[in-house]
Each structure stands twice: as C-alpha cells, then as structure tokens.
Design a protein around this ligand. Structure first.
Ligand SMILES: [Zn+2]
Length: 296
C-alpha cells in the first residue's frame, strides 16, 4: 500500500507534498509539507510526519447544517494514525538518529542545559521528530536525551525553581514570572476543585489556580511566591511544615471518626481504616529504617 496521492489535496483546501518517504512493513510513512489558507485569508504552512492511515479517506458530497451541499470526507476504514505501528516505528528510528546526532552536544551542555536547548529549538520551529509542531513533552525530551522520564521530570522541577522553564502538564513552557502558590498548595487546591467533579478532571484545577494566582499577581504586591511564603516555602513547602500538617490533619481525622463512627461505614467510607493503616505502616517502616541509618 501507499499514501493515497489523490488525497494530497484535501477538500478543505490544504495541500500536502511528500518530502521524504519510508516503507515500513509495506506501509508508507512520509515527512510532508502542508500549505493552506485560513478563514482570515492568511496562508499557513508547516511540516509533519504522517502515514497512509491519515490519507485513508474518500470524498463525499454531503448536506451541511446550513442546508448547502459541500464535499466532505469519510474515513475508508478504521485505520488510525495514533495507533499505527508503522508510523510509530519510523518516528522512533528518526528520534534515535536525532538523539545520536546531538548526543555529544547535549552531553557537553549537561542535561539541564540540554533540555533548554531542545525546548528552544523546538519552540523556534525546528523538527526533532516530536508529535506536534513547536510543542514538546517531557517523555519526548527523555527519548531524545536517552535518559529516563523521571530524570527529565526532576531536571524540569529544578529548572522551574531556577525560573528558566515551566511545565503545563507534561508540555515544556516558557517561564513567566508571576505569583504562584507552592507546589503542594497547588496540589491541594487542584484536588479540592477536581474531586467533586470526579478526580482527575482535566484542567479544572489548573484553571482555578490560574485565575486566583493571576488575580493576586494583578491586585496585590505579591508578585512572586517567595514574597508571600518566604524562600523556605517556595517553590516547595518547607519539610517541617509538611510534617506538621500531615500529623495535624491525621489527628483531625481521628477526632472526627471518634465523634462520628458513621464515617467508617457505607460502600465508599469517608475513612478507610484498613487502607490508611496499611499506608501508615509502610511509611512507619521507612521512617524507622531512616532513623536506624542516621542514628549515631
Ligand atoms: Zn499508518
């Protein structure tokens, strides 16, 4: 099979051109250029990796909502580029090539500067075989650097603390200096907003935080988390405060259950004593190990 050349001119006006093509297990995957005109009559263009699944559609005249007939598209099969092993394999081998080509440069820069290098290059339009133009995810950076995801997450946290980089979910973003709550407080707000909606609930928590953080930034003198919470509590709440609240909140739980044993009942009890005890025992074990290791 091959990419259906007839469909390189989309009914919506987008035109595709194959720049480079690979056959993976009889399936065509191609690096392609696209061009079109948007609703404001402005030209747009770019380059993307696609496979024949993407162009597997037929033209069909159909009646639209406004009663007019237009040519639309109907998928010929349930082929889906996002689940296609061929494009996945080609992308992986291209990423590996990019990783090898940049290996020396990134190792010389050090991992954190290498992450900034990748972010800058992708943001300015360079193609490093990531899924979306100008956007790169933590997992994609890890593949390029050939290091574990967890390392990239950790370096991104450090870069955030250094005010050089931000994350939106797993997407790398420019750091914008403004008021923010410490990470753990953000988590608390996020959970409280999303839990009643059925946690996790998309961006509800992030959206809420953005609104109040921006309002605080605009209307008060707190232009930075450090200014409000002190150096020791930003970007992470100080350990002794986390410890104090963890114990204090558990005491609250205990007092409430004593007062109202109903909290332990029902199909979804508010307090699941078995699960809590299990978690506490695990934690206790780790704390004891730590104590033994650090005791003189
Ligand atoms: Zn495919």
């Amino acid at each position: 099979m091959a990419i259906n050349r007839r469909n390189l001119r989309e009914p919506g006006g987008i035109r595709w051109k194959i720049l480079q093509s690979w056959i993976e297990n009889g399936h065509e995957v191609a690096w392609m250029e696209y061009r079109g005109i948007n609703v404001r009559d402005e030209p747009f263009f770019g380059e993307q990796l696609h496979c024949e699944c993407y162009f597997d559609y037929q033209r069909k005249r159909m009646k639209c909502g406004d009663g007019k007939w237009r040519v639309g598209t109907v998928r010929s099969s349930d082929k889906d580029e996002y689940r296609c092993p061929a494009i996945k394999k080609v992308r992986e081998s291209l990423i590996k090539k990019a990783a090898e080509a940049n290996k020396e440069r990134w190792q010389n820069l050090g991992w954190k500067n290498a992450i900034l290098d990748i972010f800058k290059r992708v943001s300015s339009g360079e193609n490093l075989w990531q899924h979306h133009e100008k956007i790169i995810y933590v997992q994609e950076v890890a593949k390029l650097l050939q290091i574990p995801d967890t390392d990239v997450w950790r370096y991104c946290d450090e870069l955030f603390a250094e005010e050089k980089l931000d994350l939106n979910g797993a997407i790398l973003m420019d750091y914008v200096s403004r008021f923010r709550f410490p990470k753990e407080v953000q988590q608390l707000f996020g959970y409280m907003i999303e839990e009643p909606l059925g946690w996790p609930n998309g961006e509800a928590g992030d959206g809420f935080l953005e609104i109040i953080e921006e309002a605080i930034h605009k209307r008060t003198d707190y232009k930075h988390g450090k200014r409000a919470f002190g150096e020791e509590n930003y970007p992470n709440v100080a350990t002794h405060i986390l410890e104090m609240f963890a114990l204090r909140w558990l005491r609250f739980v205990l007092a409430r259950v004593k007062e109202n044993p109903e909290l332990l009942k029902g199909k979804y009890p508010e307090v699941d004593l078995d699960a809590t005890l299990k978690s506490l025992e695990k934690l206790l074990e780790e704390f004891r190990k730590l104590k033994q290791a650090t005791d003189p």
